[in-house]
Design a protein around this ligand. Structure first.
Ligand SMILES: [Zn+2]
Length: 112
C-alpha cells in the first residue's frame, strides 16, 4: 500500500514513504521542508510507518485469500467505513490543532 499525503503548508502531494526516512528528512515535507508536526514528529512518523505496513499486510492477506470462501460475501463497508471514519476524525483534529496554533501565532506577532 502506498499512502499519499498533502502538505498543509505548500499544498503538494507526496508518497508517505518520503517522510519516513532518512532520519534527517523524517517528518518533513519533501518539497518545502516544513515539519509536518513540530511537536509530535516522531509519533507521526511511527504511526505513518505502521499504517503503511499494516495496509500492505491487509492487501497481502486479501490477495492470498482471494479465492477462498466460496460461500461467503464480506461486506467491504465493515472494513472500509471504520478506517474512513478514523481518517476523517484525524483530518478534523489535526486541522483544528493547526488552526489553533496559527491563531496563537497571529496573536503573538499580530497588530496590537
Ligand atoms: Zn510542503
Amino acid at each position: 500500500m502506498k499512502i499519499e499525503g498533502r502538505c498543509r503548508n505548500c499544498g503538494r502531494d507526496f508518497p508517505i514513504d518520503l517522510v519516513l526516512s532518512p532520519p534527517e528528512a523524517a517528518g518533513r515535507c519533501p518539497f518545502c521542508g516544513k515539519s509536518l508536526d513540530p511537536e509530535y514528529s516522531a509519533l507521526l512518523v511511527e504511526a505513518l510507518g505502521k499504517l503503511q505496513a499494516i495496509g500492505s499486510q491487509m492487501e497481502s492477506i486479501l490477495d492470498r485469500a482471494r479465492a477462498v470462501g466460496e460461500n461467503l460475501e464480506i461486506n467491504a463497508d465493515t472494513i472500509v467505513a471504520p478506517i474512513r471514519d478514523a481518517l476523517g476524525a484525524r483530518e478534523e483534529a489535526s486541522a483544528s490543532r493547526r488552526a489553533t496554533r496559527e491563531a496563537a501565532q497571529a496573536e503573538q506577532t499580530g497588530v496590537r
